[in-house]
Design a protein around this ligand. Structure first.
Ligand code: ADP
Ligand code: MG
Length: 703
């Protein structure tokens, strides 16, 4: 039959049986139903199958003596039947036998409904049994073992071997998966191409990719499986690092940024605007940033530091450099409340200066909105502050030189829309609200340069954190009263705005009522949450800043950035409802002055996880330690909210554990890119890169 027009005749190489990109349907024994099952797991080709990695290994042990049996999967032992019994009665009828070996060790065997065995297994017989072993009351027991007669002088059988255990289901068992993987490896394993030369492999102690694929699926020994894992984890890190390296080169090479001038005079002029001396750490970061701003390439810098370490001040310095260079600066905040806070800080700092700062939020009236947009377009507005939602897209800037992003964790390999300048890229400074563990910073922010503020402004005292059960919560409010009487202020943070009647989490409205009629009667309380009209929100924040409100009852809208140094107590109700990094961030609202501050977590011991979170909070004030613990408890995906950020998922590598390997891969990736920028001499690596990142990286550059 002639192929109809439009049909492509099968190409002689692609998808041919035995080729690594052939469909799994070409494997012997793979019917349509099974192929479909595989497809739902994302496995379509032989290569996918080879990349379907086991989640564990089981040891299949060779025959051993009864005393060597361990609690665990399939084992083989042999002995003399010394007793048999058939039990009926209330329970399910069952056949029991006891094996004993020469040393007198005993193994009990059990078959439910095993009546038929009464005539087959008799005392005095020697049998060999194979099955999983459970210890009950100190005695080894096998249920439903397979068995065979085996005289005492028969040779012991079998060698220990490992069997891969795959993520499986009833319809597609681990054993079946293993068989297909083995077949795929037999027919296409020889096409697994090596990425590196021998020297690199040797230097890093890596086995070949080919051997790694064999040993991850069919390891002879445990150590082989581990070496295979190591190699494949390295490869995952390598791919990501190469991808990030190319993204960075693309950004650096293609687009130029305005080179800004900074001299001593300007430096002094800016510093006079601060009411304090910058810390050594802040100065170091400013130095990094100044170097970046002087260059014609766009800065791409991540500013890290614990809560309250003074990141905002560093960013303000950079913005003032831009303004002094007759460029505009924009700062994007994650919430409206925080945008307003930045506006407040900047206008206060820039009082009696000619700098024109504008706040651009949901609340901004239609007319003033028009005026601001016009001011941005003609350059009269020099600093724009807004939420990310507002200050994105196609706002027209006259000469935008610097974008500061004050973000929580909203960064990924895939860059989101960035404000554009005219004909050039603005410099770009990102602040993290919560410290990012070193491991994550290394892997996901590899295309950022990182500056770290590793010291708090002088005079800060560590916050005292306590964890109280709900029936002890009165103590927390005694503390609040005491601090307010001493002229300080307090926050009470609850998980929700209104009682939704669905669960018993505390709400702003209910707590406001309860506390103002009870434990905090007579104090000046105010409620603040994200759903209040912006004007009211702003007024409440201003009242709190001015000291007209003693206690602010609020949700996590205060999580980021709010800066009132006179607040010295924070009570977090239902503290078990919050994530660890979030708790640390909320706690960071106090301890911002020189007074001793307190944080009280109120929660009843819930899950083990929540206990660990709360204990970590009472143990340390160190944001990096908190972040590491959070990462360990939640895993990297959750930590960042993976889906939202498009972070690559590692199949094998574990960035919480394999920091050194990640660092090696990064080093090697940079060396490879320096030596072979277009990966001409690393074709297999380039192919793999295309497959993984083809749609998101400017790989035309690589081609
Ligand atoms: P972050 O954004 O890192 O949480 P901020 O920049 O908001 O921290 O600074 C926290 C508080 O410390 C602010 O009130 C700020 O004015 C103050 N601050 C910042 N740097 C210093 C410094 N070097 N000395 C004294 N106070 C400082
Ligand atoms: Mg801040």
């Amino acid at each position: 039959m002639q192929p109809s027009v439009g049909d492509t005749p099968p190409s002689p190489t692609a998808n041919a049986p035995g080729e690594i990109d052939a469909p799994i349907g070409s494997l012997k024994g793979m019917g349509a139903t099974r192929a479909k099952e595989f497809q739902t797991r994302g496995v379509a080709t032989l290569e996918d199958l080879l990349n379907y990695f086991p989640r564990a290994y089981q040891r299949e042990r060779a025959e051993c003596s009864i005393s060597e049996l361990i609690d665990g999967p399939i084992q083989i032992a042999r002995g003399e039947v010394v007793a048999v019994d058939y039990l009926t009665g209330k329970n399910r009828p069952r056949f029991e036998a006891t094996l004993s070996d020469e040393a007198g060790s005993r193994l009990s065997l059990l078959w439910f409904n095993g009546a038929y065995l009464r005539n087959l297994i008799r005392p005095g017989m020697f049998i060999r049994v194979t099955g999983a072993v459970k210890f009950r009351y100190g005695i080894a027991q096998m249920s439903h073992p397979t068995w065979k007669e085996a005289p005492p002088d028969a040779e012991p059988i079998g060698e220990d071997r490992l069997r891969a255990v795959y993520p499986a289901s009833a319809r597609l068992t681990s054993k079946a998966i293993g068989q297909f993987v083995e077949r795929a490896f037999e027919s296409a394993g020889n096409q697994i191409a090596e990425w590196f030369d021998d020297a690199t492999l040797q230097r890093r102690g890596l086995i070949s990719r080919h051997d790694a694929y064999r040993s991850i699926h069919l390891p002879a020994r445990q150590i082989d499986a581990m070496r295979a894992r190591h190699r494949l984890a390295y490869d995952e890190f390598m791919l990501l690092q190469i991808g990030l390296g190319i993204a960075k080169r693309y950004r650096g090479g293609r687009i130029s940024a305005p080179a800004l001038r900074i001299d001593r005079l300007l430096d002094e002029r800016i510093r006079r605007r601060f009411s304090f001396d910058l810390t050594a750490a802040q100065n170091r970061c400013i130095c990094d940033i100044a170097t970046d701003l002087r260059a014609q390439q766009p800065m791409h810098r991540l500013l890290q530091g614990d809560v309250g370490s003074g990141k905002t001040s560093v960013a303000v310095y950079a913005m003032l450099v831009a303004v002094a260079n007759r460029m505009q600066a924009a700062i994007l905040a994650p919430t409206e409340v925080l945008a307003e806070q930045h506006y407040f800080t900047l206008t206060r700092m820039l009082e009696n200066s000619a700098v024109n700062v504008e706040l651009f939020t949901q609340r901004t009236r239609r007319q003033s909105k028009g005026a601001i947009l016009k001011g941005l377009a003609d350059g009269r507005v020099q600093i724009a502050i807004g939420t990310q939602a507002l200050l994105q897209g196609d706002i027209d800037f006259a000469n935008l030189g610097l974008v500061v992003v004050d973000e929580q964790h909203k960064l990924g390999v895939r860059q989101r829309a960035v404000l554009k300048g005219k004909g050039y890229a603005p410099h770009y400074l990102v602040m993290t609200a919560t410290p990012i563990p070193r491991t994550l910073a290394l892997s996901y922010f590899a295309d950022f340069d990182v500056s770290l503020i590793d010291e708090l402004p002088p005079g800060r005292q560590p916050i005292r954190t306590r964890w109280l059960r709900s029936n002890e919560s009165a103590e927390a409010y005694v503390l609040v009263r005491r601090e307010v009487q001493a002229g300080r202020q307090a926050y009470v943070v609850v998980p929700q705005i209104d009682d939704n009647g669905l669960d018993d989490a505390k709400s702003v409205t209910a707590e406001f009522k309860r506390l103002s009629e009870g434990a905090l009667m007579g104090l000046r309380l105010a409620a603040l949450h994200g759903q209040m009209p912006t004007e009211e929100k702003q007024r409440t924040m201003a009242d709190f800043r001015d000291g007209a409100v003693d206690v602010l009852i609020t949700t996590t809208v205060i999580e980021v950035g709010i800066d009132v140094a006179n607040a010295t107590v924070i009570v977090i109700e239902n503290a078990d409802r919050f994530g660890l990094s979030q708790l640390h961030q909320i706690r960071g609202r106090v301890g911002r002055g020189s007074e001793l501050s307190h944080c009280v977590l109120i929660a009843d011991a819930g899950t083990e996880d929540s206990r660990e979170r709360l204990t970590a909070m009472t143990r340390t004030n160190d944001g990096f330690e908190i972040a590491e613990t959070d990462l360990r408890l939640r895993g990297p995906g959750e930590f960042f909210g993976t889906r939202q950020h498009g972070l690559p998922q590692f199949k094998i590598a574990d960035i919480t554990l394999e920091i050194d390997l990640l660092r090696q891969a990064k080093e090697d990736a940079l060396a490879i890119l320096a030596d072979d920028p277009n990966l001409r001499r690393h074709e297999p690596l380039r192919d793999a890169l295309m497959r993984q990142f083809g749609d998101t990286l400017p790989l035309a550059q690589v081609g």
